[in-house]
Design a protein around this ligand. Sequence first.
Ligand code: ATP
Length: 455
Amino acid sequence: MLAIRLMSSKDFFQKIVSLCKRRGFVYPGSEIYGGLANTWDFGPLGVQLKKNIKDLWWRRFVESRHDIVGIDSGILMNPRVWEASGHVAGFTDPLVECKKCRKRFRADHLMENTGQKEKCQEEGCGGALTEPRNFNLMFQTHIGPTEEKGNEAYLRPETAQGSFTNFKNILDSTRVKIPFGIAQIGKAFRNEITPGNFIFRVLEFEQMEIEYFIRHGEWERTFETWQKEMSEWLEYIGIKKENYAIREHDASELSHYSKRTIDFEYNFLFGTKELYGLAYRTNFDLTNHAKYSGVELLYTDPQTGEKFIPHCIEPTFGVERTVLAILCDAYTEEEDRIVLKLDSKVAPIKVAVFPLLRNKPELVKKAREIFDALRVRFACDFDDNGNVGKRYRRQDEIGTPYCVTVDFQTLDDDTVTVRDRDTMAQERVLIKDLKDFFNEKLTPKLVCHSISVEE
Ligand code: ATP
């Protein structure tokens, strides 16, 4: 099969955006009101894809490990949290505005993209830009019926702080021992200066983050371990190695809390950009929260009684960017079909069941029975619309790994045709063996980490 990848990357990207809308992965937000720029809603297939990613992540990094516990902290937190974390003073991007067309840019992005920051990059404008001023990315709101000073609150710009503020609760209510991590998946909000590129940079997104607590002397080794873990995760969800690379932050780029940061950068067709980050946050956050809250945030070594503030390594994964990377990686055009070559673990629909003809009740009945039996275990679709060729194309386009067709031979020998999305090869399988067949093909292999846990 000749894979056609001759089109420009930008064209491919546009095709992915349009497929997402057409097939119910991602819709523009508030569309019937003319939309709201850079907001997106996930449709039936998109929400399932996202859920699969989050479930796999949780299973891999929380449930299957001894050393990581999960939490779900609030989006709204005491505003002092954001003072302590440095976000009120330092969570800013440098904003410049064109004096002619009034368009706004991030000064650091202009430098990255064009090597100069003096002129407006809007086509045909070239106007002079204002001096950069720092713009805080946190969305502010007010708690209570009036918008008074003193009742401001922020929508969290990262989930991490909820893990730091619950550090003591975790120590007091669980049996964790260093090294250990606190993981969470949840919404974060950023008032980005230049959102865009579909779901790449949005105002509201989900993060999957781990704050991994260690002794100071362990940071370099733990950082390497997490770098490996993150690469293995990418492989696990089917991202090709050649499409991403690791980039080290130089000193000028490091966030206020970080001593070392690397980005996992993915080739997103519109450019190579950050997919995930891995940061050594030192003991900055716990130290500051202890200072601002007046509560001791110390860990006591159970053997020696030594008390200390642990250091922290933070692997962080954006859910929307994972969805986008998966779609860019999987989107393939072949001679006569578009196919999303999704890893079956993330595919929203695992098996589609068809009766060969919709006007033959005996075929429809059998197909319905198979559908009902399989959907107890797997996300399935039933389709009797149009001819089988068209149904295959529809399922290929949304990445369904297997299609099952009930035909006239089924009525004789109780076998069905199982068709593989990628090879398009077909084989006959006994109906009674279908569950085992798909269990074998579709059950994710779990990696159990051999982390030694001192009891
Ligand atoms: P960028 O440099 O692209 O602005 P960042 O370095 O500010 O990203 P982090 O603060 O490290 O991002 O956030 C952790 C993760 O959250 C990122 O690696 C990314 O996957 C995701 N993320 C951050 N900002 C956004 C956004 N505006 N839209 C979607 N995902 C985001």
